[in-house]
Ligand binder design. Sequence first.
Ligand code: MLT
Length: 259
Amino acid sequence: MLLEYGDAGPGPLVVLLHGFPLDRTMWEFQIGSIGSTYRVLTPDLRGHGRSVAPAGTYTIDAMADDVIETLDSLELTAPLVLGGLSMGGYVALSIAARYPERLRALMLMDTKATADTPDAARVREDLAREVERGNSVQPVVQAMLPRLFAPGNRTRRADRLTRLGEQMMRTPALGVIGALRGLALRPDRTADLARITCPTLALVGAEDAITPPADMKAIASKVPNARYVEVPEAGHLAPLENPTAVDAAILDFLKSLPA
Ligand code: MLT
């Protein structure tokens, strides 16, 4: 499926994949800063933002195939830098495992390589049914929003958190249901990590309550050429909570890449 996307800036290509149930606007700060030297392409994953929200389960591999199809349609077939946060990170890992030749470098943020536990999968299915019954994404917003930011940022960055809630509310019910069911089905990608050969940045908010630093450290310890960065004063949405530190880490990583 072809995706809608944002496309800004000159220079080498950096593709950024958003988390669940968000859209490309979560990268607003990175588009402003990294986008002054790099071309930053920000797809809306299937069922999110302005992309189409079909009925059915959105497997992570299907979402990854959408990204590849969209890049192909733009004739962007040369190796590029791919970044993803949380669900976007799962999609990036799927691309790293199945289309390694497309990657110049990988940036995994606030994500993990492991699959859902049976309990986590059950919670997702319960939520999917609640969204289905009420035809409203409110239960997901209620469950997730309070856990996305580091405790201190919930008041310090209250305006950003409010905007994030509005972003989540704009995601169509079908998109949220499709993604919840796909997230629950995603495979464990731990065994694929050792096969990632491109330079990799593993970045996490120090206070991430959803995919804590231990998850990202586990990734960084298994990817042969990984750089681990822990971002202070940030939770699960590090790029939005502490953009100054995240952008500095990303720019430093990008500058370190072989031409
Ligand atoms: C996300 O931020 O994309 C989600 O928290 C991912 C997940 O629920 O596993």
